[in-house]
Design a protein around this ligand. Structure first.
Ligand code: APR
Length: 257
């Protein structure tokens, strides 16, 4: 756990910032029961990432869908937001945080209550037809036969998140880098910072002068490059301590005004 001094310093920066954004990765959802991709018990130590490459999916949709069900959808209905997700939702409610830019596809930021979420890698909460590009809510599709077929054109449906070999959704890419230019504080939670172009977002924010506050139990690619305040610890308890301090400072601020 980070020293109280660092938590106080981070809280003071957050409550006095003009525009706060958060950038999150798989680590923020670990305490919700969703394994990360890298590191201890990481998915890429169990599954070959090539199995989640777009051309492999097109060639073997049924095989890939069986994996998708075991890797992603098994968690989808059960996983619940943890205190870290809830802290970000509270920060939006307080008017402190504007946008969450997430690399995650688990929809937990929306489940926690954040309404402005940029899904940099898409979302498993929707499916998209490979032929007619129609999108469907995951809950509206039957999964008794795999692969699921498009109700409109009978094409094959895939999760509406990017596979290796696919580009970042253009609107998400544009909005994320716009936020990197506008925010004066980025709260980076639970990411190795090893995947591009996502990892360029906090770097861009730093280059335009934003303060970078990072929460991670381990140093990441950001920690010694762009991070100003490193709160070393798991997202849940660290965000809980940070939120307690933010709420205290926020009350003092509103009492004074
Ligand atoms: N709290 C906070 N951070 C944690 C926790 C926790 N409880 N547990 C692990 N972490 C950290 C790890 O230290 C690591 O830095 O979360 C990070 C997980 O790293 P990755 O699994 O690589 O996740 P991420 O950085 O989001 O991966 C980026 O890679 O494969 C692609 O598309 C996939 O979006 C993913 C992208």
């Amino acid at each position: 756990m980070s020293s109280d001094r660092l938590v106080i310093e981070a809280a003071e920066k957050i409550v006095t910032a003009q525009r706060v954004a958060s950038f999150t990765g798989a680590g923020i959802s670990v305490e919700s029961g969703i394994p990360p991709f890298r590191g201890k018990d990481g998915l890429w130590s169990k599954y070959d990432p090539d199995l989640f490459e777009i051309n492999h999916f097109r060639a073997r949709p049924a095989e890939t869908w069986n994996l998708l069900r075991d890797v992603f959808y098994v968690h989808f209905d059960k996983a619940e937001p943890n205190p870290a997700h809830k802290g970000l939702a509270r920060l939006e409610q307080m008017g402190v945080l504007k946008t969450v830019i997430t690399q995650n596809v688990d929809n937990l930021h929306q489940k926690a209550g954040n309404t402005d979420v940029i899904e940099f890698h898409g979302s498993s909460s929707r499916l998209i037809c490979l032929d007619c590009n129609t999108r469907f809510d995951y809950n509206d599709i039957l999964f008794d036969l795999l692969p699921p077929f498009c109700p409109t054109c009978r094409g094959i449906l895939k999760p509406d998140f990017i596979f290796f070999g696919e580009g970042i959704p253009p609107e998400a890419l544009q909005r994320a880098f716009l936020e990197a230019n506008l925010a004066d504080l980025f709260l980076v939670i639970g990411t190795t910072g090893e995947v591009y172009p996502a990892a360029l977002v906090p770097v861009q924010a730093k280059q335009q002068g934003a303060c970078i506050v990072e929460i991670n139990p381990e140093p990441s690619s950001f920690t010694f490059q762009v991070t100003d305040i490193f709160l070393q610890g798991n997202a849940g308890p660290t965000m809980t301590a940070l939120m307690e301090m933010i709420e205290k400072l926020y009350r003092q601020q509103t009492d004074r005004s």
